[in-house]
Design a protein around this ligand. Structure first.
Ligand SMILES: Cc1cc2nc3c(=O)[nH]c(=O)nc-3n(C[C@H](O)[C@H](O)[C@H](O)COP(=O)(O)O)c2cc1C
Length: 293
């Protein structure tokens, strides 16, 4: 359920009539009246805080937005383009974790970074499930493996593959069939005690949101990526996990076990842990596939 907020208020005595709040508000909440800003459609407010953040005079009050007392200190933007590019390039998928729990306070800081990701209409509809109990992670792992054992058993058989093709499409079945040798190799390693699914991670995180909202997938992806960047700065490595995401969405037992409501979908998952390795070099990527028009 979306929280409801009280509309913003303009402190008329402080307002100089610059009109910036009118210009930046995406929800048409403000208008200029007698050369001052006024709230004309308070109930349309999406609580994004643009108005109060932009006001040079600090003339806007909003119950739900804890505006800073004064303008924030420090350079803007906070990072140079070079620093940001380095951060983006040095973040890697980490699959080797130290055998050490990530304290809850650190996980909380990681999740806090997710809260500052943008969301469509500022819905802030991203929900997190954070698993830090090794027993629970093991149970989740077991259910995920059981799910894939069933899937691969089906796509290996002619009848199962035919049914899958009808229900999920030819390309997905081809992709699964191409993965069979890799999955069988991973299974052999798993049988020898190497965790090729969660990489012995001491923490696992899943994000979910309402399925009806067309922005949910993007909201969750942005939030989880924010989390992964914050984790990186805290020395915690992460690895997104598409296998888990798909298992959650296709096995109602796993979804229920995680406490994800039926009308939600899982839009991202990742493993986390203090990283055992340091990457010494940056890597290259393909050129961007861009059409300039
Ligand atoms: C949506 C998504 C799903 C992923 N799923 C998995 C996964 O299930 N297992 C895994 O080891 N890595 C997974 N990855 C990590 C990718 O393999 C990795 O991002 C890619 O190889 C680039 O490497 P880098 O993240 O180190 O730059 C996933 C990444 C994304 C974005």
């Amino acid at each position: 359920m979306r929280r409801t907020y009280s509309p913003p208020e303009v402190m008329t005595g402080k307002c100089t009539g610059c009109g910036l709040c009118v210009e930046v508000c995406p929800a048409f909440v403000f208008a200029m009246t007698n050369k001052k800003a006024s709230v004309v459609r308070g109930d349309w407010c999406i609580n994004c805080g643009q108005c109060g953040a932009v006001c040079p005079e600090g003339a806007i009050l909003h119950e739900a937005t804890a505006f800073e007392k004064g303008p924030r200190p420090g350079p803007r933007p906070a990072l140079s383009p070079e620093q940001l590019m380095l951060l983006l390039r040095e973040r890697r998928s980490v699959r080797l974790y130290r055998d050490e729990a990530v304290p809850k306070t650190i996980l909380e800081r990681i999740i806090a970074a997710g809260r500052y990701a943008p969301t469509g209409s500022n819905s802030q509809n991203v929900h997190y499930v954070a698993l830090e109990s090794l027993d629970e992670i093991a149970q989740l792992q077991e259910m995920t493996i059981a799910f894939y054992a069933k899937v691969f058993a089906r796509v290996k058989g002619r009848f199962g593959a035919f049914l899958f093709r009808v229900f999920v499409g030819r390309r997905i079945v081809e992709h699964l069939q191409e993965s069979i040798p890799k999955v069988e190799h991973a299974k052999e390693l798993m049988d020898q005690g190497k965790d090729c699914l969660f990489y012995h991670a001491p923490a696992v995180m899943v994000v979910h949101a309402e399925s009806w909202d067309t922005c949910s997938a993007f909201n969750c992806a942005l939030a989880l990526y924010n989390c992964s960047l914050m984790a990186h700065t805290l020395g915690v490595g992460c690895c997104f996990n598409g296998y888990l995401q798909s298992a959650v969405n296709n096995d109602c037992r796993i979804k229920r076990w995680l406490g994800i409501p039926q009308d939600h979908q899982c839009f991202g998952a990742m493993t986390l842990g203090y990283q055992e390795v340091q990457y010494q070099r940056l890597v290259e990527r393909d050129p961007a596939k861009v059409v300039w028009r």
